[in-house]
Design a protein around this ligand. Structure first.
Ligand code: FAQ
Length: 309
């Protein structure tokens, strides 16, 4: 519901400041609704598009166990997309409109899913680094001010921690394996490390959406704070299994206890989010193709549900 007067706007802000959750039938500003639709739909699209790079390896998983785990993980990601689309629908946008925005390039999805998965080690790197980065961000979003988004995050975080561990297990196994396997794991680390850091978005000083996001407690921690948490957690994990950090400038600052890193290549990030990454076109074309091929399923489900009424 949109706000009409300053008085109601103040009441809304007071509720936010007191840490109350906002629910779909409450009164809130249209800008709050738009901000949430943007972020939540982009989050949902990321989960669904994120199934593609991993799906590429289901038929080539190295064992039945690895295949079962990967299948379960990818199904989880599809489920996360569905929770998030449902949560966004409570804001008055239809799923078909969100999908249209994705397919026409009006809505973004995470930059990370525009990179290719070249070999099995990439599946380890995605689970460990990409899901690892996603969890750091999503744990913080469990306290986001919009009730349906916050509740979706609680469920999603439980599943993401299993994803992160399965990825780390793959990397650990490869680092304990042959020279070739160790090289593959290091090569995957080299290719996924920097794009994982970019997942957290631009530096705080360059993040246009952060102002309102903090005012309305949609975001609870900044892009840079979350990125630093991920760096501090992940570097020791990499070193423990013998991986090298692909950053000649990284070092532990003994005084702060935080790792410092070299410069992130924002030109690469901007290229990717503007549609020019290695796999952007492939990802969207694939989505359109299978969305169209699945039209009959949606029609049948709709016809069935109408018949039940
Ligand atoms: N990629 O002003 P800010 C997952 C855009 S889930 C693409 O800082 P904001 C699970 C941003 O949208 C991963 N675009 O924006 C999985 C904005 O453009 P806009 C997804 C990006 O919203 C694992 C512009 O740059 N997670 O991985 C990115 O305050 C494995 C300026 O940025 C979420 O979506 C990026 N990385 O902060 C699935 C979490 N970063 O919209 C399968 C929810 C920034 O104005 C396999 N989202 N941009 O045109 C968020 O927390 C926030 O939206 C941020 C960005 C932190 C991503």
């Amino acid at each position: 519901m949109s706000l009409t007067s300053n008085a109601t706007l103040e009441t809304f802000q007071e509720r936010i400041d007191q840490g109350e959750y906002i629910e779909p039938k409450d009164v809130f500003p249209d800008e709050y609704r738009k901000h949430l639709i943007r972020q939540m739909s982009q989050h949902a699209h990321s989960e669904v598009i994120g199934m593609q790079p991993e799906g590429n390896w289901i038929t080539r998983a190295p064992s039945l166990r690895a295949k079962q785990i990967l299948l379960a993980k990818i199904q989880d990601e599809g489920g996360h997309g569905l929770y998030l689309y449902s949560a966004a629908e409570t804001l008055g946008i239809s799923r078909s409109e969100m999908i249209n925005q994705l397919q026409t390039g009006k809505a973004k999805y995470s930059s990370i899913f525009n990179y290719p998965t070249l070999n099995w080690a990439d599946i380890g790197a995605i689970g460990w680094l990409v899901d690892g980065a996603a969890i750091v961000n999503q744990v913080s979003l469990q306290r986001t001010s919009y009730g349906p988004y916050s509740r979706a995050m609680v469920r999603i975080c439980k599943e993401e921690s299993f994803h992160q561990r399965q990825g780390y297990e793959i990397m650990t196994k490869m680092m304990r394996g042959t020279n070739e396997q160790q090289k593959m794991a290091q090569d995957a680390m080299n290719r996924w490390w920097w794009p994982s850091l970019m997942m957290f978005g631009p530096h705080d000083s360059n993040s246009p959406n952060s102002g309102n996001a903090f005012k309305w407690k949609i975001k609870r921690e900044s892009n840079d704070v979350l990125r630093q948490k991920f760096i501090d957690k992940t570097i020791p994990q990499a070193l423990l299994i013998g991986l090298t950090i692909p950053d000649k400038d990284y070092k532990l600052n003994e005084k702060t206890g935080h790792y410092e890193i070299g410069k992130i290549n924002w030109e690469e990030f901007n290229n990717v989010i503007n549609g020019n990454g290695p796999c952007n076109k492939q990802r969207i074309n694939h989505h359109i193709k299978y969305h169209n091929e699945g039209a009959w399923v949606r029609e049948a489900a709709l016809a069935y549900s109408k018949k039940q009424k």
